[in-house]
Write a protein that binds this ligand. Structure first.
Ligand code: ZN
Length: 99
């Protein structure tokens, strides 16, 4: 992270700036909280997009070949759940390197 006082780049785990000694831990806590918020928002967004896409695809599959995957009435729900899981997986892929 960058020191708020002298703008030197320090490692993410640094407690103090190695250049000027400014305490960095407050900033670390803050940015972690906002990062976590962004992360969970992102995961929710991806999950919802996946669920909607899955639902639409399930309906489309039903329209083209009724009962192609499961019983017709379960297909959109099952695809929505699957889409949700895939969306969450993409969000996880995107964020797994952040801690
Ligand atoms: Zn500094």
């Amino acid at each position: 992270m960058f020191c708020p006082t002298c703008n030197t780049q320090n490692s993410a785990t640094s407690v103090r700036c190695f250049q000027c000694g400014t305490t960095l831990i407050n900033e670390a806590v803050q940015s972690k909280a906002s990062l976590d918020a962004e992360k969970s928002l992102d995961a929710r967004l991806y999950g919802h997009i996946g669920a909607i896409a899955g639902f639409v695809l399930g309906m489309a599959a039903n329209a083209i070949i009724p009962g192609v995957l499961l019983e017709t009435r379960y297909t959109p729900i099952a695809s929505a759940v699957l889409g949700f899981a895939i969306g969450r997986f993409f969000a996880w892929q995107r964020w797994k390197d952040w801690h």
